[in-house]
Design a protein around this ligand. Structure first.
Ligand SMILES: [Zn+2]
Length: 311
C-alpha cells in the first residue's frame, strides 16, 4: 500500500466519523432528518394550545411558555447563556409598561467558540383579544419548536461556532426582545457572525419557504443559491426590498440584528388567511411542510457553520 493510499484511507476514515456520529432519525419516508419529526409537532401543538393563552408578554400564558422552553433546553443539554436562562427587560408602549423576558440558551462551538451564530424565534404572540385566544401556532410556536429541533440536533452534532438559541419575547410589540438583546448583548456584537431567525415556518400552500437577507450579504447569497434544493420544500430568496414583493427586512427579530449590521437569514412563509387571527391554530399547519422546512433550515445552518462570514 503506498503512502497516498494510506492517506486516502485515513481521509475516508475521518470523513466517515461525522457520518457515523450523526443521529439520523427515520420518518415514515426514507428521508434523512436531523431530529424527531413527531416531537417537533408535539412541541408546536403544546405551545399553541389554549393553555398558553396566546403567550402575550407579561401574562400567565407567557410565563408558562417560558417555563416550557427552559425545561426543554435543560432536557436537551442547552446551557444558560447567563447565570440563568432569562434576560429581563422592560419598555413602555402606548402608555403601558411591559416586562419582557428573553430565554437565552448556549451551545459551545468546537472550533470557533468565540464566534457566535444566534438562532432565534419569538415565543410571544397576541394573547387574548375580545375573549378570543390567538394561539399563534405558525406565528411563532413553529419557530420556537424549531429551536428545540436544533438543540436536539446539536446534542450529537456540536456546532463549530458557538450558538445562542434565543427565544425572544415581545416581538409582536415591536421587536422589543431582540432590540434589547442587541443593545445589551452578553457577547460583543462583533463576535456575532450571523442571525438565523425563524418566524412562521409551518405552512405553505405552495410549499415555499423564503430565505430573506441574502441581498445584504454576498456570502449568504452564494450559500443559498448553491443550496441543494429539497424535493418537498422550495427555498426561495427575496422579500428583501428589491423584487417588488413585500419587504420583510424588518418584519421580525432579524431586523434588530440588521440594524447592527449583523448578517441575517430570516426564514418564513408568505402571509396566510390565518395570519394574526384566532384561527392560527395547530390544526391549520402543514405537518409535512413544517418538518421539511426545519430540516432545510438545519441544512443551511450546517453550510453556514462550515464557513467564516467575518474575517
Ligand atoms: Zn411572528
Amino acid at each position: 500500500m503506498n503512502y497516498k493510499i494510506i492517506n486516502l484511507g485515513i481521509l475516508i476514515f475521518l470523513l466517515c466519523i461525522p457520518c457515523n456520529a450523526q443521529t439520523v432519525s427515520h420518518q415514515s419516508s426514507k428521508d434523512q432528518t436531523y431530529f424527531n419529526g413527531e416531537r417537533l409537532l408535539q412541541h408546536i401543538k403544546i405551545l399553541s394550545s389554549d393553555d398558553f393563552e396566546g403567550r402575550r408578554t407579561g401574562t400567565k400564558g407567557s410565563t408558562k411558555a417560558r417555563k416550557y422552553i427552559i425545561n426543554q433546553f435543560k432536557k436537551l443539554n442547552v446551557l444558560p447563556l447567563l447565570e440563568t436562562f432569562t434576560q429581563h427587560f422592560s419598555f413602555t408602549r402606548r402608555g403601558k409598561m411591559y416586562n419582557g423576558v428573553n430565554v437565552l440558551g448556549f451551545i459551545k462551538g468546537t472550533t470557533s467558540p468565540y464566534k457566535y451564530i444566534v438562532i432565534s424565534a419569538h415565543y410571544d404572540h397576541e394573547g387574548i383579544i375580545n375573549d378570543e385566544i390567538y394561539n399563534g401556532a405558525d406565528d411563532d410556536a413553529s419557530g420556537v419548536s424549531a429551536l428545540f429541533a436544533f438543540a436536539e440536533y446539536f446534542k450529537n452534532n456540536p456546532p463549530k461556532h458557538s450558538v445562542i438559541l434565543a427565544a425572544f419575547d415581545s416581538e409582536e410589540l415591536g421587536l422589543k426582545g431582540s432590540k434589547y438583546f442587541v443593545n445589551n448583548s452578553i457577547v460583543p456584537l462583533y463576535y456575532i457572525e450571523a442571525n438565523i431567525n425563524m418566524d412562521m415556518i409551518s405552512r405553505s400552500d405552495k410549499n415555499e419557504l423564503f430565505a430573506v437577507g441574502t441581498r445584504y450579504n454576498a456570502t449568504l447569497k452564494h450559500l443559498i443559491s448553491d443550496f441543494k434544493q429539497s424535493k418537498k420544500v422550495t427555498l426561495l430568496m427575496g422579500h428583501d426590498g428589491k423584487d417588488g414583493k413585500q419587504n420583510w427586512t424588518n418584519s421580525s427579530d432579524h431586523g434588530s440584528f440588521h440594524k447592527k449590521k449583523i448578517p441575517f437569514l430570516y426564514f418564513g412563509v408568505e402571509d396566510h388567511k390565518d395570519y394574526h387571527r384566532p384561527t392560527d391554530d395547530y390544526e391549520n399547519i402543514h405537518p409535512e411542510f413544517f418538518k421539511e422546512a426545519v430540516n432545510v433550515i438545519i441544512s443551511v445552518f450546517r453550510n453556514l457553520d462550515a464557513i467564516q462570514l467575518k474575517k
